[in-house]
Design a protein around this ligand. Structure first.
Ligand code: MG
Length: 354
């Protein structure tokens, strides 16, 4: 049997997507490859990302709460799966390429170091060129994984991952650039929808806020429950971004993925509230400072002792600082804590409860 009939069927289905959707047949890789008979290039990228060791380590990397004791706290892994779900819902509703959105979502946080943004800040202080988790995600997928050869992913997937970060000022801020594809834009906003909502639940679980503390606009406009809030935000995106389906002419050329002005304002107010009350909460900041000191300690240790840097997580020709940063940023929270404790770092003693 000639299995390429499967790929031809998939490509025909992609032809029926919105005229603004990305099409895998037009995607490109640095090294050209023989196409798979049964998967499109974006499906292949998704599978390659899913089977990396870096993806598995997301299970033990912090979202907001460092090495949390409770089983129900969000981790980078569950966050990543929620982003993929939201991005798939948005792209499918707008007749865009769901496979591209899924692949980029699964890879978007793969370069996050231990201890969430605290670890990122510490690594940025260590390296003269700085450190950003979105760029590190691209670096892991393009160079570090697969024995230092990288995964040879499509340009579209790497572009969406590299530009997935946002700055604090606005939920739709360009931050590290506007993704070239609408699917990449959907991942960028899905990331914010996912974290704002699961971080509310975690903050309530940790006793940092009560649901009643949420801004009145959140309670009145988004809904009373976790499910209602996500549904309102996602439905609003679909409605406000309808031009992306290409079914009716719009003034908005090319179309973009966006909120309605009203819900955009509500979402920004919620985001600001979360920064003030949750991300910058005293205990959270204390744990973050401790996480930063552990990362600084490990970085300094491996720069002084480069023989200890695993060749599996760094590239041999790179400067020692880069190799140390690549190695430390690949660590999970618990691995970093354990290793730092073994090496005599006081900040790591008596910390890990999980
Ligand atoms: Mg994320």
């Amino acid at each position: 049997m000639d299995l390429t009939v499967v790929r031809r069927r998939l490509e025909e289905a992609e032809e029926r997507l919105s005229p603004f959707a990305a099409r895998s047949i037009r995607s490109s890789r640095v090294l050209p490859e023989e196409p798979s008979p049964i998967r499109t290039p974006f499906q292949r990228d998704r599978d390659r990302i899913l089977h990396t060791r870096a993806f598995r380590r997301l299970k033990h990397k912090t979202q907001v709460y460092i090495a949390p004791a409770g089983d129900h706290f969000v981790t980078r892994l569950t966050h990543t799966l929620e982003v993929a779900q939201v991005a798939r819902t948005i792209t499918r509703a707008l007749n865009l390429n769901e496979d591209l959105a899924e692949a980029a979502s699964l890879g978007h946080d793969i370069g996050h170091g231990p201890f969430g943004h605290a670890g990122e800040e510490a690594l940025a202080e260590c390296l003269p060129e700085g450190f950003r988790h979105n760029y590190q995600s691209v670096r892991v997928l393009e160079h570090l994984e697969n024995g230092g050869r990288g995964l040879n992913l499509t340009f579209e997937v790497l572009d969406a991952i590299g530009k997935s970060s946002k700055t604090r000022d606005d939920i739709l801020s360009e931050g590290w650039g506007v993704p070239t594809t609408l699917e990449g834009q959907a991942v960028k906003v899905a990331d914010a929808i996912a974290y704002l909502n699961h971080d509310i639940l975690d903050a309530v679980r940790a006793g940092v806020i009560r649901e009643n503390d949420l801004p009145a606009s959140t309670r009145n406009e988004l809904g009373q429950s976790h499910g209602e809030r996500i549904n309102t935000l996602v439905s609003d995106i679909v409605e406000a971004s309808w031009a992306a389906t290409g079914v009716q002419p719009s003034q908005d050329e090319p179309p973009s993925i966006r909120f309605s002005p009203r819900i955009h304002g509500v979402a920004n107010e919620l985001r600001e509230f979360m920064f003030r009350r949750v991300y910058h909460y005293e205990q959270t900041l204390r744990d973050a400072e401790r996480g930063k000191r552990v990362v600084h300690f490990l970085f300094a240790h491996f720069v002084a002792n480069p023989g200890g840097i695993s060749p599996d997580y760094s590239l041999p020709g790179d400067p020692v600082e880069r190799r140390a940063a690549d190695y430390v940023s690949g660590m999970t929270d618990r691995y970093a804590i354990r290793l730092a404790r073994e090496l005599g770092c006081g900040d790591a003693i008596g910390w890990e409860q999980g």
